[in-house]
Every structure is written in structure tokens, then in C-alpha cells.
Design a binder for this molecule. Structure first.
Ligand SMILES: [Zn+2]
Length: 431
């Protein structure tokens, strides 16, 4: 057994208590084998002065959109997509997506993220980069059929299905897949009905944006006479293992439907606030038994990929939305950002216990803004920043040590991303 021992830290357990303990991980199985007074490991990671937490899980992202960070701000979703984002995305070349994904991977890992959900394009390239970076991910080709003729629309679905079939299990099983139609209004319903059963046959779940804005809900209600998630259910899009992004404008019936079908929600509070999409009724969802994870969405609508920012936003806006300071309490948001997200993605991670995947973040608590530490869970929800993460471990492999990414060359990644972003915008704007 090849082992990693994380020594001298305080460990956050699934019951949200924290105790001084070492953690021993088996690098062959990628799982935690012992917590407490462990045997010595072949490799050690010093966690003294640190809180060892489950790796943060970001279940909804478009990682390569790091290239569009700060390119277009301060517009509502529909105008932002049509006027700014889609025209630039039409000019994307595979090399851009590779560079943007590398940049996003560096940022995510340094912020303690160990697993992500990613919906984008050129997914074989994305899978290679995420595999090389050492992340765990559930990925899919974002299928958009609006503005496409029948042949192109079908080809997009075929690509989505091929990606879901072919890349599942890549990077020694760290990469899993899903069929990812962009949303209920941007992917053709007839093709959804045709391809969803084929995805089920291939054993892959579905992930899509749903009920993000009012503008997206109204046409579905008008055209079909049912709420969007009832419509999705009629199309066969709500089965155990599927997960949606946003769920901002959901009513009681839809929340019960999600709970009943065991379909989770990737809540993206920063993106929802920035695009003024609305406030998702997260406490109501949690009370109804819906699994909730916390996602960053793409960097263009956030504008960073820091899960601790997101955690805090989820707590703050959750209280505001519920008109209740007790809503989205610290342990609930910490659980959503770890175990909840892992459940959405279908990974046996998000909690530090024997047998679970050894996906961990080691947070340095010896900082002025984390002093005193009356309650580490409170700090995780309200005070910790991504830049406090000292080490990140995925499947027992150290991917960040002393804030240095071990799998990618950060300086080269930044240089490359900058060059690609500049050339992309020049191409898209035609000069
Ligand atoms: Zn999104």
C-alpha cells in the first residue's frame, strides 16, 4: 500500500465537529484508510495550525470561461448571453478551451476544490486537461440548438451523447460524464425526447440549467401549461442521479418533484445575484429533502472560482431570501459545499471518514482574519477565503502543496491563458 499521511491538523468530521487527528490515505485506492493516531505514511503533508476539511465540490461550472472573466458585466442573462458571450464563444478554438480550462483548474485547485461539474465544448480536450490537473469531474458537452438548422442541432446532440459515452471513466475513473442539454429553452424538445433514452441506455445522468430566470419560466408555462420542471419530468429529464443548475424560480410542486425524483440542485448564488436572476429558495429545498450543492457557474458571471466566496454568498442571500437569519446556517452551507456537491456529482466524497475518497483541502487557520477560532465551521462559512488553502489532495494524491500546484506550471498557464484570451477577443470582434 502506497500511503499519504496528513499530520498535525484538526479534522472536520461529517457531524461537523473538529478534532485533532492525522489522516491516512491509500494512494492506490484513492481512499481514506485511517483517521486518528495513524500509522506513518510513505509521504507526509504537514497540517499543523490547519483545519483539514473535505475537498470543496463545485458541481456547476464552465471552467474554460475563465478566458471571458471580466469581458462583459452588468447585464441580465439573456442579453449577456446573446450580445456578448455567445458571439465570443462562436470564435473559440480548441486551443482556447485548453488554455482556459488549465487556468480554471489551477484556480480551483488552489482554492481547495477537488471535484467539479463542467459543461462546455471540446470536452475530450477538457477531459485531458482536468485529468492532467488531477481534478475529479463530471463533464458534458453543452448542447445548444437555438439558431441551428435540423442537421446541426442533431449533430450537437450526437456530440453530447458521444462525449458522455466515450469519456466516462477517463483519467483512471476520475472523469465521469453526463448528457448536458444547455436548458429547457435552448435545446430542442424533440431531440431531448429522442436522446435522453439513449443516454439512459448508456448509463449516464443528465445535467442542465433550469428555472434560472423568470423570462425562461414564462414561455414554458404559456406553451405547455405546466411548470418547467413538470415539463422536464414529462420529457423524462428528472431521474435519480440527474442534477439541475440554479432552480431559482421553482414553486412548491417543483420542489416536491425534485425531492421525489431525487434530483439535486447546484445552487449558484453569485451568478444569480450578478445577473439579477433572483434568489433560489434553498432553505425550502433543503427542508423538503432536496440535495443542494453550491456552484460557481462560469467565471464570466461570478467572476472568480472561489468556493468559499460562494459558500458565504449562499448563506447570506439564503437568509435574505428566507427573511430569516437562521436560514442557511453555517453547518448547512458547509455540508452543501462538500457532501451535497459530491452527492450531486455521484462521487463517494465530501466527508472525512474511513472508506471515503481521500479528497481533502487543508486550510491554514493561522491568519488574522481567522483568529480567534471559536468555531471552525463558522469560519468556513463566513471568514475563510480560497487563498487560505495550503494543500489540496485528490484521491490521496497531493495536487497543491504549500500553495504550489504540483500538476501544472502556474506561471506558464497564466501566460498562455492571457495570450489566448487576447487573440480570442480580437477574432470575435473582427479586428
Ligand atoms: Zn451555467
Amino acid at each position: 500500500m502506497s500511503t499519504l499521511q496528513i499530520t498535525g491538523g484538526t479534522v472536520l468530521r461529517p457531524d461537523m465537529t473538529a478534532r485533532e487527528a492525522d489522516v491516512l490515505a491509500d494512494r492506490e485506492t484513492g481512499r481514506i484508510v485511517e483517521i486518528g493516531d495513524t500509522a506513518a505514511g510513505e509521504e507526509t503533508l504537514d497540517a499543523s495550525g490547519c483545519l483539514v476539511v473535505p475537498g470543496l465540490v463545485n458541481p456547476h461550472c464552465h471552467v474554460a470561461m475563465t478566458l471571458l472573466r471580466g469581458y462583459a458585466d452588468d447585464k441580465p442573462l439573456d442579453a449577456w448571453l446573446r450580445e456578448d458571450i455567445w458571439p465570443v464563444e462562436a470564435a473559440l478554438e480548441p486551443g482556447d478551451i485548453e488554455a482556459g480550462t488549465r487556468l480554471g483548474a489551477v484556480e480551483l485547485l488552489k482554492n481547495g476544490v477537488t471535484a467539479i461539474g463542467d459543461m462546455y465544448f471540446e470536452m475530450p480536450t477538457v477531459a485531458d486537461v482536468l485529468g492532467e490537473a488531477g481534478l475529479r469531474a463530471r463533464i458534458g458537452h453543452g448542447i445548444v440548438t437555438v439558431g441551428k438548422d435540423d442537421a446541426d442541432a442533431r449533430a450537437d446532440f450526437e456530440e453530447g451523447l458521444a462525449v458522455a459515452r466515450d469519456l466516462d471513466g477517463a483519467a483512471d475513473g476520475r472523469i465521469r460524464t453526463a448528457l448536458m442539454p444547455h436548458s429547457l429553452t435552448t435545446a430542442d424538445a424533440d431531440l431531448v425526447e429522442e436522446f435522453v433514452p439513449r443516454a439512459r441506455d448508456a448509463g449516464v445522468p443528465l445535467h442542465y440549467h433550469a428555472n434560472e430566470t423568470r423570462e425562461e419560466v414564462e414561455p414554458i408555462v404559456e406553451d405547455h401549461g405546466v411548470r418547467p420542471l413538470e415539463y422536464a419530468d414529462d420529457l423524462g429529464m428528472l431521474e435519480d442521479g440527474d442534477f439541475i443548475a440554479h432552480g431559482v424560480h421553482v414553486d412548491r410542486t417543483e420542489i416536491e418533484l425534485l425531492a421525489d425524483r431525487d434530483v439535486g440542485v447546484a445552487h449558484c448564488p453569485a451568478s444569480n445575484m450578478k445577473l439579477a436572476s433572483g434568489i433560489a429558495p434553498v432553505q425550502t429545498m433543503l427542508d423538503a429533502g432536496v440535495t443542494v450543492g453550491i456552484g460557481t457557474d462560469g467565471a464570466a458571471s461570478n467572476n472568480d472560482l472561489d468556493p468559499f466566496d460562494e459558500l458565504r454568498d449562499a448563506a447570506m442571500v439564503g437568509k435574505l431570501g428566507a427573511d430569516d437569519a437562521a436560514a442557511l446556517a453555517a453547518p448547512e452551507v458547509v455540508r452543501a459545499a462538500t457532501e451535497g456537491g459530491a452527492e450531486l456529482l455521484g462521487f463517494d466524497a465530501g466527508r472525512i471518514e474511513e472508506g471515503a475518497l481521500a479528497d481533502l483541502a487543508v486550510v491554514d487557520f493561522e491568519k488574522p482574519h481567522l483568529t480567534p477560532a471559536h468555531d471552525p465551521v463558522s469560519h468556513l462559512a463566513y471568514a475563510v477565503r480560497g487563498s487560505d488553502v495550503e494543500h489540496t489532495v485528490v484521491g490521496g494524491e497531493v495536487v497543491v502543496r504549500n500553495r504550489r500546484v504540483q500538476t501544472l506550471d502556474e506561471a506558464a498557464v497564466r501566460r498562455e491563458a492571457e495570450a489566448h484570451a487576447e487573440a480570442l477577443i480580437r477574432r470575435a470582434e473582427g479586428n
